[in-house]
Design a protein. Sequence first.
Length: 157
Amino acid sequence: GDAEALTHAVRRSCELKASVVAADERESGRRALLNFGHTFAHAIETGMGYGTWLHGEAVAAGMVMAAELSLRAGLIGEPDLRRVRELVGRAELPVAGPAELSPERYLELMAVDKKAARGSVRFVLLEAMGRATLRADVDQRLVREAIVAATAAVAAR
């Protein structure tokens, strides 16, 4: 709710993004980390029909789902997942994808996403708050569990 803090956060985010993009114009390395949440988001947008969910809404839900997956992969702890969920929720953005999409449908859609590398789905996962990694070796069972858990967390609220 603090306008000055929000202005600072947006300005700093733009500066950081610009420096990453300038250093990796062809998205061959570090720039891919800017896609945090996008693997899930693209599935939401495709599965629901473009325009049903705004891109930012889908990315927000995808970020929470990616954080849930990071937890299940043993990369972060529960406090970090809660923090991501709370920050996204405080911005009044969705913290889970649409219940109409089953975990299996997410997996199908992610497999054909334009960012899937040679048939391998790539996820940007958190190793810690502010530190991400790109992974293509994620067990589909964990992805499915993360989708279910993120949806259940919202239903329980």
